[in-house]
Design a protein around this ligand. Structure first.
Ligand code: ADP
Ligand code: MG
Length: 491
């Protein structure tokens, strides 16, 4: 469905004093290109070096130094464009965006303006209310600036140029998002795609992914309202908070009979508010013009075709395959493909096993436990082989689903081979009906009053099952217990 014509979803509207309001959001994401060296120089892009240790003469804008385009960054931008199912422009132009700032030694940023390397595309985003299509307006390559440091010295501001000249992809969405939830889901999905492609590590804490969030509000059915742009929001949670706060601020002004000034704002997470940075009148005139030091960037179809042929399987394709081949629900498949590493882990567990059982165990037990410890799949103390062994032990009836949880906890905290642990700790489930029968008989004999009750009210059976389980140390096969109890109690 085309999102420009998407009717307002009542669930997503914000209530105001004068009725419901719809939020409209468009995002500009700055994604640092994964590349060993910078966009126009050979200096390292490594994070966390000593200040000014990764700075070439080009990055410091020494007179007479000339930029040389890094082919790897171009490939990464094209690969990203392909991942966004976007138009790849075989000819694009680098422009100078002129402004003065201490951390910008050239006095301009090299960017792409009228002719970006990538044009329109689309990202499919899953939300609690189904899938939406978010249009991509463009993707262009540009240089990052350096960093001003104000808080290290009482009377000086310092400049670190390590980041100066690092390649960024600016990915601009259409104003297709309608709630903070949708916006967060969009950034999450975009980050997943970039990580699958290996074109940006998506690490928001290190600033590898930063969002400028454009927000406006309108009454459903009206034309778009005036937008404000909230600059440089650096976590997914803050993106949600910034949108909520800004939408309510705009609604308040409009309901008081005021109007929204188009301005650039900053989100302050500590105070939970957005603050004006500059209005449209104060906006820079960047005096864009084609950079005379760089030729237009041109490549042929074969260059693009070659990159396309080597793209990895992307999250949407992987999800479709998990649903088709493993019979998983769309929801489970979505959870599993959110990270390439979890998807690979899952496939190792599922290999040669009941794929749904494997998915349930990985999602419900492993992910739940990892979450609790704040760990990700890469630092999981339990390997895919160990999970696989537990799933096998359930499948062949050696342990019940309940014992499997205990066994998993032991493997998670202490390690070990699940098959060996089951024997060592006597965790085998009792399927021997003789032993279960003895326990059933004992419970029935000891509780004549309860027997009378259960015969009148069969839902009481659970109490008997619980008692038998207790007596057998939780190791009785639950199905066998149920069957025996029903037979003996005549229900
Ligand atoms: P500029 O070039 O001035 O930054 P663009 O038209 O390219 O402006 O839009 C920048 C971003 O703002 C895009 O992500 C776009 O989707 C978003 N946007 C445009 N109009 C609106 C609006 N009325 N409300 C919310 N977002 C908008
Ligand atoms: Mg902009």
């Amino acid at each position: 469905m085309n999102m420009h014509s998407r009717p307002a979803d009542p669930k997503k509207l914000i209530k105001g004093a004068t009725g419901d309001w719809e939020v409209v959001i468009g995002m500009e994401i700055h994604a640092q290109v994964t590349s060993n060296s910078k966009l126009f120089s050979g200096s390292s892009t490594e994070f966390g070096g000593e200040p000014n240790s990764h700075v070439s003469l080009v990055d410091a804008a020494m007179p007479g130094m000339l930029p040389v385009i890094n082919a790897e960054c171009v490939k990464q931008a094209v690969r990203t464009g392909l991942g966004l199912k976007a138009q790849i422009n075989n000819r694009s132009v680098f422009d100078r965006k002129n402004y003065f700032y201490p951390d910008l030694p050239q006095g301009y940023q090299i960017s792409q303006y009228k002719s970006p390397i990538v044009g329109e595309g689309v990202v499919l985003v899953d939300t609690a209310d189904g899938q939406i299509e978010v249009g991509i307006e463009r993707l262009h390559l540009e240089q990052d600036a350096g960093k001003s440091i104000h808080d290290q010295h009482p009377t000086l501001s310092l400049v670190d140029l390590n980041r100066s000249g690092v390649a960024l992809m600016e990915i601009v969405s259409k104003p297709d998002l309608r709630s903070s939830e949708e916006a967060k889901a969009y950034v999450t999905k975009l980050r997943t795609i970039l990580r699958y492609l290996g074109t940006c590590d998506g690490d928001m804490e290190k600033g590898s992914l930063r969002a400028d969030v454009n927000v406006s509000v309108r009454k459903p059915g009206d034309d778009f309202g005036t937008r404000c742009e909230i600059k440089n929001v650096n976590s997914i949670r803050f993106i949600g908070q910034a949108i909520e706060t800004e939408a309510r601020r705009q609604i308040g002004i409009l309901e008081d009979g005021g109007r929204i000034d188009q301005e650039t704002r900053l989100f302050d997470p500590n105070r939970g508010e957005t603050r004006s940075m500059r209005s449209k009148e104060e906006a820079h005139d960047y005096r864009y013009f084609p950079d005379p030091d760089l030729l237009p960037l041109e490549f042929d179809d074969a260059f693009v075709a070659e990159l396309k042929a080597h793209l990895p399987e992307l999250p949407d394709e992987k999800k479709a395959r998990f649903v088709a081949d493993y019979g998983l629900s769309a929801y489970d498949a979505d959870v599993l493909v959110a990270e390439k590493e979890t998807a690979a882990y899952y496939e190792e567990v599922a290999k040669g096993r009941d794929a749904k059982a494997a998915a349930n165990f990985v999602i419900n037990e492993l992910f739940g436990r990892l979450n609790k410890e704040g760990k990700d799949i890469g630092s999981s103390p339990v390997s895919a082989a160990q999970i696989g062994a537990i799933v096998d032990l359930i499948a062949d009836g050696t342990i019940s689903g309940k014992i499997a949880k205990d066994l998993f906890e032991i493997v998670f905290t202490e390690g070990g081979d699940p098959r060996v642990l089951v024997e060592e700790r006597g965790m085998r489930q009792v399927t021997d009906t003789g032993a279960i029968e003895a326990a059933v008989d004992a419970i029935i004999a000891a509780n004549p009053d309860k027997v009378a009750q259960v015969q009148a009210k069969p839902t009481m059976l659970g109490w008997f099952v619980g008692q038998v389980m207790k007596q057998t140390g939780g190791k009785a096969n639950p199905q066998a217990v149920n069957d025996l109890l029903k037979g003996k109690l005549g229900i």
